[in-house]
Ligand binder design. Structure first.
Ligand SMILES: Cc1cc2nc3c(=O)[nH]c(=O)nc-3n(C[C@H](O)[C@H](O)[C@H](O)COP(=O)(O)OP(=O)(O)OC[C@H]3O[C@@H](n4cnc5c(N)ncnc54)[C@H](O)[C@@H]3O)c2cc1C
Length: 430
């Protein structure tokens, strides 16, 4: 008997939107299954909050088993898709097989660390929950090291953080880091907030180009008000153990370089023999991969033309969700033998927090900035959190965080060593 599985690969914004819609609309006898390599969905717009310590790491993610039906989620990485036999190979060494009638690629992207020489070795990307935790730990570690050293130059290097990229992510993380240092330094006796430098490096001549210029100017003023330094026309061309360098030969001395620019396809998308443009899957207007009626692509991994704007969709969570919903409808239409529809969506606007209880927002054409925009930012993301439990946890956490001191606990994730290190290593460490 022919399979009636719709297999969705990737449990991010796009994949979960497809699953939720299919759960309501698939005809009887059909089944949607989600395969994702992590058993949670990351709420990426809140990663800067994790870095800044206003949100616990676990609260920026939601369990997939609570977002989709527990019987429809399969844990594991997809290694290969046999497009002739219509089988997805997933799990350890691709040992599990799942036949499909339709497959949806919703795999997102990963950080492009080879964009700048040295970035992979010395830079800190911000794309995953692990990245956010690593950066937060690094900030705390640097405060502890600076508290101990007498060497003024080393101290400056330890306490200087360069952030590459002045888009929304760069501005949000710079604001969050600056807020963190202002609050955390009160718990150190020899480090003052003014000893810490948070510097945003932008290759263009304005911040947040995705927002109107007046909001870009507000973001710049807000950054400066929070103590963040901004350097324009700084296109970073190399990162090394001493910091980074721009294409005009200017050097930025620091031991901490954060990278918020550049993405590349995940290994599965790279490996698949499907049409692509600049690493993203080429799709027809209805989001099926060009030339394939049973393979669909959605979210950041796909290049999807938007009929409403006549432009390619931007790689944002807002578009990923809308694409996911409309793609699910198209699969149902295809199953029922009806004609599919082109993706079409008019953006409702954008929001970005810029630190110190300020944000910028463009909502339904209306521009907002400052504290009202920040309240809107928090209310919007609270409303959008996937489960009621998370909404409550985040609500209490945000309120409690406004009263109590910053948490400077440095969390290490290493298991107890099963045996002592060799004697020579022990001596070297002392
Ligand atoms: C720091 C940061 C801040 C952001 N802020 C905003 C914002 O404020 N507003 C906004 O609209 N957008 C924002 N974005 C962009 C937004 O996160 C993306 O556009 C969105 O996540 C895209 O959704 P997606 O479902 O396509 O991919 P993702 O959310 O990346 O999900 C892809 C999923 O696929 C899984 N996967 C990948 N390969 C495989 C495989 N082989 N097998 C199984 N599973 C696999 C991954 O583990 C992941 O769970 C931000 C991004 C970052 C990094």
């Amino acid at each position: 008997m022919k399979t009636r599985n719709v297999v969705v690969i990737g449990g991010g914004f796009a994949g979960t939107a497809v699953m939720r819609r299919l759960a309501k609309r698939l005809p009887p006898g059909w089944r949607a299954l989600l395969i994702s390599e992590e058993n949670y969905m990351i709420y990426t717009p809140l990663l800067p909050e994790v870095v800044g310590g206003s949100m616990l790491p676990g609260h920026s993610v939601a369990p997939l088993r609570q977002i989709v039906d527990k019987r429809d989620y399969l844990y594991g990485r997809v290694h290969h898709i046999d497009m002739d036999k219509r089988i997805v190979h997933y799990g350890e060494n691709g040992g599990h097989e799942l036949p499909y009638a339709h497959v949806v690629l919703a795999c997102g992207t990963r950080a492009k660390l080879d964009l700048v020489p040295g970035m992979a070795e010395y830079g800190m990307p911000l794309k995953t929950l692990g990245d956010a935790l690593y950066l937060r730990n690094r900030m705390i570690e640097r405060l502890e090291q600076a508290e101990q050293t007498e060497d003024a130059q080393l101290r400056r290097q330890l306490l200087c953080f360069y952030i590459v990229g002045g888009g929304s992510s760069g501005v949000e993380v710079a604001g969050a880091m600056s807020d963190f240092f202002s609050a955390a330094c009160r718990q150190y006796s020899r480090v003052e907030a003014q000893d810490v430098d948070v510097v945003l490096l932008e290759s263009g001549e304005r911040l947040v180009p995705e927002f109107p210029p007046s909001l870009g100017e507000f973001a710049l003023r807000a950054m400066r008000h929070s103590g963040v330094k901004v350097r324009f026309h700084a296109r970073i061309s190399a990162v090394n153990e001493h910091g980074c360098e721009d294409n005009q030969g200017r050097r930025y001395d620091s031991r901490n370089v954060v990278c918020t620019i550049g993405t590349r396809p995940v290994p599965l998308i790279e490996q698949l023999d499907l049409p692509k443009q600049k690493g993203r899957l080429s799709t027809d207007a209805d989001m099926s991969v060009s030339g394939f009626a049973d393979i669909w692509a959605v979210g950041d991994c796909a290049l999807i033309s938007n009929r409403a704007s006549r432009e390619p969709s931007p790689p944002t969570a807002q578009f990923a969700v809308r694409q996911g919903q409309q793609l699910a409808d198209n699969i149902v239409r295809r199953i029922k033998g009806r004609s599919t529809q082109a993706f079409s969506y008019t953006s409702r606007g954008e929001l970005a927090s810029v630190g110190h209880h300020r944000a910028i927002a463009r909502v339904f054409g209306l521009k907002l900035s400052g504290f009202p925009a920040w309240l809107l930012w928090r209310a919007f993301y609270l409303f959008k959190m996937p489960t009621l439990l998370r909404k409550l946890q985040v609500y209490f956490e945000w309120n409690v965080g406004m009263i109590f001191p910053q948490d400077v606990t440095q969390l290490h994730y290493q298991r107890t060593q099963s045996q002592d290190p060799p004697a020579a290593e022990r001596t070297a460490r002392q």
